[in-house]
Design a protein around this ligand. Structure first.
Ligand SMILES: [Zn+2]
Length: 309
């Protein structure tokens, strides 16, 4: 009897808690990418390759399949420098997929002789990568209706170059052609101007994506319209290279533009990360996405969106 009880307890805990991503896990991912050893993950530097390899190893731990060829690492070149994007896929019941992305590169170091000279980029965008890996963790042992594509983009900071290379890579067409919607996560480490457990989405006026997410949202998670319309963030983030392919693609963020003094500054490090809020957002997105299937989630663009710009 004793043995049975232990097995029962184990099963119970596996079903009710195992899939929640812990705050420790989220902090582990953000702090690995934002560590001083990563030297700001600048495109073209060895530390940028190191960050790419770390993300690939997390994709492997989550049993993702390769998007193309025999590696998660997909090389590209820009101005004579080589770098990698990272792409992994999880098969669902349907071939149609939801995609999750974030950029992992940042802006490197400066030459200041005194004080901090490393741009750790904890918020920008280790927090987004932690969200992507957190979702891969969450869905590792789950069978979903939609297939899932997980991507980490390089060279965002030099002009959205990595996502462009990935979106235009012909070898990826079998994957990209099946993407129904892309969630691009960009800077989620601080509390939004709408408070905790809240994010804003760029380009909310162009599709019904946010309405559909809010209709399925769990635990009070809320997606707000982009409050910084004048900034044209929809056309200035990695999602845009997929918009050009007419894929529903929005960026999701918590950054409070009126208070983000850490933006592209050396103090974008672990000290500004609200690990509790980030963890709640990741788990609540995961549980919300878990409710989505090919029947109840089919966002479409309206005619206000531009595909050529
Ligand atoms: Zn960024």
């Amino acid at each position: 009897m004793k043995k049975l009880n232990i097995t029962f307890l184990f099963m119970l805990s596996a079903f009710s808690f195992a899939q929640e991503i812990s705050k420790e896990r989220v902090i582990e991912i953000v702090s690995t990418l934002a560590s001083d050893e990563m030297k700001g993950r600048k495109f073209g530097m060895t530390e940028n390759d190191k960050a790419a390899e770390y993300i690939a190893s997390e994709f492997k731990n989550n049993n993702l399949a390769f998007c193309t060829g025999d590696s998660y690492l997909i090389p590209f070149e820009y101005k004579g420098q080589k770098g990698y994007n990272i792409c992994g896929v999880k098969k669902g019941k349907s071939d149609k997929s939801l995609a999750f992305s974030a950029h992992f590169d940042h802006i490197g170091t400066n030459n200041n002789k005194e004080g901090d000279n490393i741009y750790n980029g904890a918020d920008d965008d280790a927090s987004g990568v932690a969200t992507v890996i957190g979702l891969a963790d969450y869905f590792k042992d789950k069978k979903t209706d939609y297939s899932m594509v997980f991507m980490a983009f390089n060279a965002e900071e030099v002009g959205l170059i990595g996502s462009k290379a990935l979106a235009e890579n012909q070898n990826l067409n079998p994957i990209l052609d099946k993407i129904k919607a892309l969630f691009n996560f960009e800077m989620l480490a601080t509390e939004s101007q709408f408070g905790k457990n809240a994010v804003f989405m760029t380009g909310d006026e162009f599709s019904d994506f946010d309405e559909l997410i809010n209709a399925n949202a769990v635990n009070g998670l809320k997606v707000y319209p982009d409050p910084y319309q004048g900034e044209q963030l929809f056309y200035r983030s990695d999602n845009v290279n997929f918009v050009k392919k007419k894929i529903i693609a929005h960026s999701i963020s918590t950054v409070d533009m009126n208070k983000a003094f850490h933006y592209h500054a050396v103090n974008d490090d672990m000290k500004i990360v609200d690990g509790g809020n980030l963890t709640a957002i990741i788990n609540n997105f995961a549980k919300t996405i878990e409710k989505l299937n090919t029947k109840n989630f089919n966002p479409v663009y309206n005619d206000k969106v531009k595909y050529d710009f």
